[in-house]
Design a protein around this ligand. Sequence first.
Ligand code: SAM
Length: 413
Amino acid sequence: MTNETERISQAQANPVFMTAKTAICLMENADISDASAIVRGLGLEKHDPLQNMTDPDVVLGNALVVETKYRTMCSLIKASGCHVCVDLPCGYTPKALHLSKASMGFIGLDLPIVVQEIEPIIRTLTTSSDEISFHGIDATNYDSIRTALQNVTGPLCITTEGMMMYFDAHEADAVVSNIRGILELHGGLWITPDPEFILQFFYSFRSIFGKNSLAKLAASRESAQQQSDVAQLTNPLIVKPDDIIRSSKTAEDFINSHGMKVEKITLAEHIPSLNIYQQLTQEQIRRFKAAMKDCHYWIITLDEKRQQADNPKQESTPFEMSCLLENNIFKATIGGRLDSLAAPQLLTAWEKTKTAGIPVGAEIDCAKLSYITSAGIRVFLIIQKALGKDLTLTNVNPSMEKLFIQKGFTVPH
Ligand SMILES: C[S@@+](CC[C@H](N)C(=O)[O-])C[C@H]1O[C@@H](n2cnc3c(N)ncnc32)[C@H](O)[C@@H]1O
C-alpha cells in the first residue's frame, strides 16, 4: 500500500484534522504573522476549507474568534513562567515560530496526519530547530503522549485550543486524565479556552452582528460539525450558554474529579490588540471588548488536596491486528486500543483487501479489543457502508456491547 493510501485512511478515520486547516485559513484572514506562508505550504491558497462558509460575515466572526484565541493564548503562555509549551493539539498554527522567537521551547502534539504536514513547513520557516519538535499522538492515548514527552524537562505549559469539544464524554474523560498524568510527571499547568468556547463564539458574534448573530452562529456550527463528522460538539467539560451556571459547575466538577483545580481568567483583561479590528467599526469593537468580560480561559493545575478518580494507564494495551480474506469474507482479529492512531491501520487493511472487489462480508473478532474511540467506530461504519450490509462484530466484550448497539451495529450472541 502506498503512503497516499495510508494518508487517505488517516484522513477518513479522523476527519476532524480538517478543522485545523480552517483555523489556519482564518488566521491568514486576520493577517497573523507566518499564517500566509503556512497556507501556501499546505497548498491552501484558494482557502478551500472555508468554501462552505458562504457568508463573509461568518468568516469575519470566525476570524475574530480565532485571532482572539491565538493572540491571547500566546500571551498567556509567555506569562506562564514555563520554558516549554506543549501544544495539544498544535494544528497548523505558527505558534512554534512565535514562541521560539520569545526563546521558549515548543512541542507540537497532534494526530500523525497533521504533524506529517506541519513539521516540514515549520522547519523551512525557522532556524531554531532545536527548540521545536512535533510528535504524532492521540490525545486519548496516554502512552503516545508520555512517550512524546519522555526527554522533556518541565514544568510544562500545556495548551489545548479547539479540541475538547470534538470528544464524547468518555474520550474527554480519558484526555483530561492523561493531562493530569503528564502534569504529575512533569509539573506545570494546562491552559485552555475550550470549556467556554461556545460562550466566546456566542458573545463575539452577538457583539458584532446583533440580532442576526444566531443564524450566523448556526452556520458556523454546521460547518465545524460537517468538517469533523462530530454531531454534538459537547461533553461535560463544555459550558452551555442556555444553562451557564449549572454547566460551568459540571465542567469544573469534571476537572476536580481528576484531582485538578481551575482558575478562570477573564478574557477582556488579557486580549492583546487584534488586526481584525481593522475590519470592524468602533462600536463593534467597544461591544466586543465589553462582551469578553463574560468569557473566561481556564488555567488548570494539580490540586494536591484531591486524589484523581482514575488511572491513565488503565487502557494502555497497544493495538494488534491480523486480517485475511476467506471465502471472499474480510476477517479481522483486533486487540488493544482501536483509537485515532490504530483506526487508520484497520481501514488500510480493508482497502487493501477490497482492491480485487468488495468482499461479500466482513467479520471483526473483538475478543481482545479493550478500548475504542469514535475514530474506531467511524472505520467500522465505513466498512459497513461499503459492504452495503451489516458488519459482523464477534466476541464483543460486554462493556462495549451497549456502545456498539447504540451506534447501530448488530452484535450476535
Ligand atoms: C480546530 S483544530 C485546532 C488546532 C489548533 N490548536 C488551532 O488552534 O488551530 C482541532 C485539532 O484537534 C486535533 N485533534 C482532534 N482529535 C485529536 C486527538 N484524538 N488527538 C490529537 N489531536 C486531535 C485535530 O487534528 C486538529 O488539529
